[in-house]
Ligand binder design. Structure first.
Ligand SMILES: Nc1ncnc2c1ncn2[C@@H]1O[C@H](COP(=O)(O)OP(=O)(O)OP(=O)(O)O)[C@@H](O)[C@H]1O
Length: 234
């Protein structure tokens, strides 16, 4: 199998996340159970405020759950303290709606940035170059973000998310800032890379055509799973 060992399984049991207190208490994730197979490609859909981003943040250990257990590749993410959670996050790839590239750095240096302070067992520059080629940016390694289109900037962000060889990629509205054709191309690219490099993908999206590109579509409403189906495209 490829470098992400074919991706990692994700198990979510009884997950609850609340924000605020008293009258302003919101249960953003309300008793979610979800099992994702290693190497699977899942879309999370649902209206604005249904809890998609919060669920991704909990799986990625960006937020801490109030109740429930998340296990990723056999590791209990919900039990991790600050240091281990930070190390876990380094092993997860994140892609966001906004690309969050550093404006003063070239595409190549943006991709390299996450691993520069870290000890890694691969040639950083060679891998960054290979990833930029893999996302279709051969020949644009030295371009600044301002010299790239939105779709190209998101491709740089995808390469950056993959530099640490994640077994899990969490994408939060990765196509939200792109026109539909470009966005669908970006989603196809993420899934092609998942196959090539071997990682599990979970994507929050409100775009039907983007969700259909996953194998499985999980719908949230008010923090609860209300539907879980194979996509028609799969
Ligand atoms: N940091 C926070 N503080 C307070 N409330 C929050 C916070 N983050 C999320 N929420 C609330 O939790 C609920 C779920 O939000 P979440 O962002 O997960 O939904 P979403 O489905 O991703 O929405 P969207 O599609 O608009 O991004 C919403 O009611 C939101 O207002």
């Amino acid at each position: 199998m490829t470098e992400g060992q074919g991706g990692t399984a994700v198990e979510v049991k009884g997950l609850v996340k609340r924000f605020g207190r008293g009258e302003s208490l919101i249960t953003a994730v309300d008793g979610v159970d979800l099992d994702l197979a290693a190497g699977s490609r899942t879309a999370l859909v649902g209206a604005s405020g249904s809890g998609k981003s919060t669920l991704l943040h909990l799986i990625g250990a960006i937020e801490k759950a109030d109740e429930g257990v998340i296990t990723v590749g056999g590791e209990e993410v919900t039990a991790l303290g600050r240091g281990p959670a930070a190390r876990y996050r380094q092993r997860v790839g994140f892609v966001f709606q906004r690309f969050h590239l550093l404006a003063a750095l070239s595409a190549l240096d943006n991709v390299l940035a996450p691993v520069l302070p870290r000890k890694v067992d691969f040639d950083r520059a060679a891998r960054a170059g290979e990833l930029l080629d893999a996302v279709g940016l051969a020949g644009r390694h030295q371009a600044l973000p301002s010299q790239l289109s939105g779709g190209q900037q998101q491709r740089v962000a995808i390469a950056r998310a993959l530099i640490g060889r994640p077994a899990l990629l969490l994408a939060d509205e990765p196509t939200g800032a792109l026109d539909s054709a470009t966005g669908e191309g970006v989603m196809d690219l993420i899934h092609e890379l998942a196959e090539q490099y071997g990682f599990t993908v979970v994507t929050a999206t409100h775009e039907h055509a983007v969700a259909e590109r996953a194998e499985r579509i999980v719908t949230l409403r008010d923090g609860k799973i209300v539907s879980d189906v194979a996509s028609e495209g799969s």
